[in-house]
Design a protein around this ligand. Structure first.
Ligand code: FAD
Length: 290
């Protein structure tokens, strides 16, 4: 199929892009890596009046680090972020999750901002942002800049806090302590497919006890879902006496999986229990081995 007709602009600056979005009155759609949008256009599931191509915007790509956070500009290619050694050291959980996003070929074009903005419930990047406590930097011409916590950004499948005249310019990931444990596993039919069940997060143990935990599911509900009950149960617990199966029950209790052509909600819950218990157990064992 061919896309429905649309106008096309490729602004050179954020201000130009925001102007077009504001003037378009909700009829414009942003084009970043096109890995999701182009198929939607071709299938006519998306029919905007104007496509605003953000790939030529000055400063829309790049990674910056401070002592306590990492800023990833929205247009940064997934492959570029994945290959960045400083980012790998500063944000190991993010990098572990990013390595499971699509394929080498799709990551060459796909952007971090595109994946975070889309709000696909089975996507790794939105869940990683929620688990790590990231903030999403958003600009509009008429209201300036605002930052939204990732956990307040997703309302439903492909439904986010973004207004039609807004552009995500960057995502800010807090730095967790260097000895933070990475928790990541996803179950998918084939490598590169969207996850049927996925878990991402970070657990920091200090003086033998869990001092901080950020855990989120993907593919287990209409949005990325924080495993709040599990996080609360972990806090203050001695790392050596954590009952991973009991914590897994609490983690699954926070989910709202659905039935679809790929899997039933029952399947997702039962696999989720095992994924959580095994992945947390393995992460804790890495600490003992260290
Ligand atoms: C074969 C295949 C397998 C894939 N597997 C996975 C997978 O396993 N996991 C996964 O997470 N993804 C997967 N994807 C999707 C891929 O990661 C996309 O790159 C990503 O979903 C969207 O990023 P993009 O830069 O390509 O955005 P685009 O496709 O250009 O845009 C996607 C949406 O986000 C909006 N948007 C883009 N940038 C911004 C911005 N800065 N501000 C506001 N809105 C914006 C667009 O308007 C559009 O609505 C796969 C894609 C393909 C083709």
């Amino acid at each position: 199929m061919k896309a429905a007709p649309f106008d096309y602009v490729a602004p050179g600056s954020v201000a130009e892009a925001l102007d077009t979005l504001a003037e378009a009155g909700g009829g414009a759609t942003l084009l970043a890596g096109g890995q999701t949008l182009m198929p939607l256009l071709a299938l006519r599931m998306s029919q905007p009046f104007i496509i605003v191509d953000i790939n030529r915007i000055e400063g829309i790509r790049g990674i910056g680090h401070t002592a306590d956070s990492t800023r990833i500009a929205a247009g940064t290619r997934q492959a570029v972020a994945l290959a960045d050694p400083q980012l790998g050291a500063a944000q190991p959980v993010f990098i572990r999750a990013l390595g499971h996003v699509g394929h080498h070929q799709t990551r060459n074009r796909g952007t971090i901002g595109g994946s975070v903005s889309l709000g696909e419930p089975a996507a790794e990047m939105p869940a990683a942002a929620v688990a790590l406590g990231a903030e999403i930097e958003i600009h509009s011409r008429d209201r300036g800049m605002r930052r939204v916590r990732a956990e307040d950004f997703y309302f439903g499948p492909y439904m986010t806090a973004l207004e039609p005249d807004e552009l995500v310019t960057a995502i800010h990931y807090p730095r967790w302590p260097a000895d933070t444990l990475t928790v990541f596993r996803e179950v998918a039919q084939r490598p590169g497919d969207f996850a049927l069940v996925g878990l991402v997060g970070a657990v920091h143990v200090a003086n033998g006890k869990v001092a901080r935990a950020g855990l989120a599911w993907f593919g287990m509900g209409p949005t990325p879902i924080r495993a709040r009950q599990a996080e609360a149960a972990l806090l203050g617990t001695a790392a050596g006496s954590i009952d991973c199966r009991a914590i897994a029950e609490l983690a699954v209790a926070d989910t709202a999986p659905f039935d679809d052509s790929h899997a039933t909600s029952h399947y997702r819950r039962s696999v989720g229990r095992r994924v959580f218990a095994r992945t947390l157990d393995e992460a804790l064992k890495t600490r003992q081995a260290a």
